[in-house]
Design a binder for this molecule. Structure first.
Ligand code: ATP
Ligand code: MG
Length: 499
């Protein structure tokens, strides 16, 4: 057998990508398709799971054709996905019975408020590791079952299956109604608020509390393990990995040791620190989560700082304000000035995630004077990304008890050199970017390749990591402290504004 490549699917919030990697971890071919963002009401965000599966079926042959290879050249496939988004579908037909309700959706906030009151956050923290938030799956699943009692009846009858996006894709890839494998991996399961973070199994107390019929839940498996064989366009290829996109990026960055940290800048920004075999509990608004589990059962945990809006703010400057025509133009515009002219932007569009966890916070633009131009605003947009990162880094250091030495970055926004410099300046540590910015896909490919022996062990993977860019701090400390004070003041205003 001369299988020379590993395929990975990155089912993201805005698009689905298929990527082919070679043994050196180099991206050799890809296909990509965007899907519809559905906003039925303020605060509601939905995807069409059928469209996502249709897109996946199309991007796979695109990626293979891009490189000119056939299915026989694919050793394994791994699936990375947006996390927390879920859908319910009919076991017999594969037809979704509801829209996929997306991680950004806040419709379950009233349920969350109720849970925070009684039984309180600690009930959930002591089991799932995380507090209730609209961000996680279970409150949105509760909302769905409360609003559509017919779905609960059908679920209890065993007619329905539930899954996050990797579950949905793997079930379809392996045959759907005709023998599809119904699994989720430990990293995705750790974001549902239904899995026990210690046992890595569905937690009976949480299932009972959320009144989730166990029959609809997938089986929890390691992130790296052959769970089935694909049919259709990938017929015969082992389905060998599943991982949440952010944990995939941590793995793709080869952050295998405790203390290693990466930050991925996409629609949101997510900073994860590997904490090894230990669960590190947070008192500073970080989320303990599973980093990965390998086929031999060995596992690593992580602490995560989640920033809801990063590249999403640049999209808003493009689509909402019309100040730029494409995302990269924000850098050109920001370079027309030397600083933000006193302007500060906090993009709390649907509240603030780490470390504040306020659902009622709303965005502010502060320090406006007639001196401020579009250039200053563009610069403030990029600075907000750097200061949000700093808030997370400081909270993470307080939880972990060690300061950050340098930051590995990846994701679409890291092509913005000015942003990378601003992050180094604000954090006062070096920022380092590897040759592959597609670390989400690379991580899923690594996990799949390890499961089938395409790569023998994680040590080999480290050799594939090469530095492509580095930015060192240049900002004078008085200026940093001035900016910090302005940022703090703007955050206070953000938390005061009730939406
Ligand atoms: N040069 C740039 N400067 C600033 N922002 C950029 C630049 N290029 C892309 N972006 C932003 O980065 C984001 C795209 O990055 P990426 O493709 O990594 O997103 P993603 O998070 O993986 O998408 P998904 O949410 O679908 O997973 C967009 O929000 C875009 O506005
Ligand atoms: Mg992504």
């Amino acid at each position: 057998m001369t299988s020379r490549y590993v395929l990975s699917i990155d089912q993201g919030t805005t698009s689905t990508r298929a990527m082919v990697f070679d043994r050196n971890g180099r991206l050799a071919g890809m296909g990509q398709r965007e899907h519809r963002q559905i906003f039925p009401r303020p605060g509601w965000v939905e995807h069409d799971a059928a469209q996502i599966w249709a897109n996946t079926r199309r991007v796979i042959p695109q990626a293979l054709a891009d490189l000119g290879i056939s299915v026989a050249d694919v050793a394994a496939v791994g699936v990375a996905s947006q996390r927390e988004t879920f859908v319910l579908w009919e076991r017999d037909s594969g037809r979704p019975v509801c829209p996929a309700i997306v991680w950004q959706d806040t419709r379950s906030q009233l349920i969350v408020d109720r849970l925070l009151d009684d039984p309180g956050a600690d009930f959930f923290r002591s089991r799932a590791g995380i507090p209730p938030a609209a961000y996680f799956t279970a409150p949105r699943l509760s909302w769905l079952m409360e609003t559509h009692p017919d779905l609960r009846v059908r679920a209890l009858r065993g007619e329905l299956l539930m899954g996050t996006m990797e579950t949905w894709l793997i079930w379809n890839l392996t045959g759907g109604p005709d023998g599809g494998v119904h699994v989720t991996d430990v990293t995705n399961a750790s974001r549902t608020l239904l899995m026990n973070l210690k046992t890595l199994d569905w937690d009976p107390d949480l299932l009972e509390f959320f009144d989730v019929p166990e029959a609809i839940l997938p089986r929890i498996v390691p992130s790296s393990k052959v769970v089935g064989t694909a049919v259709g366009g990938l017929a015969g290829v082992p389905v060998a990995a599943a991982v949440g996109d952010q944990q995939g990026a941590l793995f793709g960055q080869t952050c295998f040791d405790a203390g290693e940290v990466k930050c991925t800048y996409g629609t949101g920004a997510f900073l994860l620190m590997n904490t090894g075999a230990d669960i590190v509990t947070s008192t500073h608004g970080m989320l303990p989560t599973v980093a990965y589990q390998l086929a031999d059962g060995s596992k690593a945990y992580a602490l995560e700082g989640s920033i809801a809006v990063a590249g999403g703010l640049v999209q808003w400057v493009r689509d909402g304000l019309g100040l730029i025509e494409s995302a990269p133009q924000i850098e050109t515009l920001a370079r027309t000035v030397d600083d933000s002219g006193g302007c500060v932007v906090v993009p709390a569009f649907t509240g603030l995630f780490s470390p504040y966890w306020s659902s009622s916070a709303r965005g502010v633009i502060s320090g406006l004077t007639s001196f401020v131009t579009a250039g200053h605003l563009a610069r403030a947009v990029l600075e907000s990304c750097a200061w949000q990162t700093n808030d997370v880094v400081e909270a993470m250091a307080a939880d972990a008890g060690v300061p950050l030495k340098s930051l590995r970055v990846d994701g679409g926004m890291t092509s913005n050199h000015l942003l990378m410099q601003l992050v180094a300046d604000v954090l006062d540590v070096s920022v380092v970017r590897p040759t592959s910015s597609e670390t989400v896909s690379l991580g899923a490919a690594y996990l799949a390749g390890l499961a089938v022996g395409y790569w023998p062990d994680v040590h080999v993977l480290r050799r594939n990591w090469h530095r492509a860019g580095q930015w060192d701090p240049q900002l004078r400390s008085e200026l940093r402290e001035q900016q910090r004070a302005a940022w703090r003041a703007a955050i206070v205003r953000t938390l005061d504004v009730r939406g």
